[in-house]
Each structure stands twice: as structure tokens, then as C-alpha cells.
Design a protein around this ligand. Sequence first.
Ligand SMILES: O=C(O)CCC(=O)C(=O)O
Length: 266
Amino acid sequence: MKSLSRYKQDYNENGFIYPVKIISIEEAKKHREILENTEKVLGNMHYQSKIHTILKSAYELATHQNILDIVEKVIGPNILLHNTTYIIKEPQTPAFVSWHQDLTYWGFSHDDQVSVWLALSDADETSGAMYMIPGSHLEGKKEHIKIEDKNNVLFQNQRVQKFDESKKTLCSLKAGEASFHHGWTIHSSMPNKSYDRRIGFNIQYVATHVKQMKNDTDTAICVRGIDKYNNFGIDIPAVSDELDPTNVAKQKELQEKYKSIASSRN
Ligand SMILES: O=C(O)CCC(=O)C(=O)O
């Protein structure tokens, strides 16, 4: 493992870091099993929001020390967990993610934000790992256009207009490894042509001073340091993987709210 300072240096320079080993393959398998048991009850969990409010497994991953130590290095000591979601590409399916920047529609007041993508199965060129454009975060917000394509995973079908695609870097990850990327880093991913599910656990963090500019009902939870700003309502993390019906109902509400924020224009 590189030193934390080295990670920060690479992150500042490239806008992303990978691969960072977070948990063992066995632990990744255990968390995958919890997800897949949940799917037997709730149906496919792809792109559902605020998973840490219904599964302890998700909250444990999102508060893992190996992740938070790096998040702290890049956005500072006071950290809010804003969202968790599984991004699942089924074997041999056409789903893809167009070139985009995460912060375009999220409504945050500041880019002290970082996205973590933790692999719960191997992600490589065949299974549709992410591509990133090094240094693209330094250019800030880019114009996006809508491209209608039913296979695009993104809510808004957005695609960055102009950038140098020849610079793309494939961020292959083994199960248990993660990548970290900046909200202005241009990235995408291609379909899963493999015979296994490609499962990423995506985690969004913001510094506590960040505000939601689209409305005042957004929620998060402080996972390290102190929150002296209280800019967000508070999400309650799950304490078990047993799918408490009250938590599941609340998560649906939170998800609707999250989707309405993420899919409205700034
Ligand atoms: O899971 C993918 O293929 C893309 C994920 C993504 O765009 C993100 O984590 O910001």
C-alpha cells in the first residue's frame, strides 16, 4: 500500500487513484453474498440509493478505516457520507455509462467531494471497469449533452461534449480493491461481456461544509470528525442486514428524494 501522502499527490495530479486494496477477497465475497441475499427479498439492487440505511454491510464498507483514511486525506477530517449504491452490470448485457462528471447535477456548493468505487467482483476490460481521463478534474465543469440511449445507466443520459478520449486509463480492480475519483474527473464504462456479474459498491462523501443548493431537504451522516454546519438532515444507518421493513420503507422515500435531486437541472 502506498503512503497516504502519495495517494493524495496522485489524486491531486490525476483526479483519481486505483487500485487500492480495502478488504480481502473473502470479505468481498461475504458482502456480495449479503447483497445477493437482499436481492432475493427486494429484487435487483442495481442503482438503488442510500443502501447503508437498510444494510449494515453497506454501512460497514462505507465507514471502513482503509477508505476513510484516504477520504480524509483528500477532503479533510470532517466527512459526511451522502450516498451508497450498488452499480451492477449483469453478465453479457449492453448497459454502459457514458463519459460524464459526477458533480454536474448533484447540486453541491463545493467540490470537496470524493467518489469511491469498491469492487465486489473483478472489474476489468471485459467486465466493464471504469475508464478515467487523467487530469480532467483540473478543468472543472464541462458542457454535457443528452444522448438518448436506453442502455445508458445514467439518470440524465448526459455525455461530456469535448475532451481528449485518447488519454483514457482503464481502472481495473480485483474484488476487494477500490478506486477513488474527484467529482470533475471525466469517466465512463463499457458493457459487461464477461460471464459474471460486475458489481461495484459506489460511495459518495462530501466535506461537512458542503451545502445542497437544489433544496434544503437533502440528507447525509457524519462518519468522521465533527459536523458543525448541519447542512443536511441525518440518515440513520442500518444496524443489521435483516431488512427491517420500516428502514426499507424509509429508504424508498430517501431514494425518491435523491433521484429527484440528481435528475433535476442545477
Ligand atoms: O459503475 C460504473 O460503471 C460507473 C460508475 C460511475 O460512473 C461512478 O462511480 O461515478
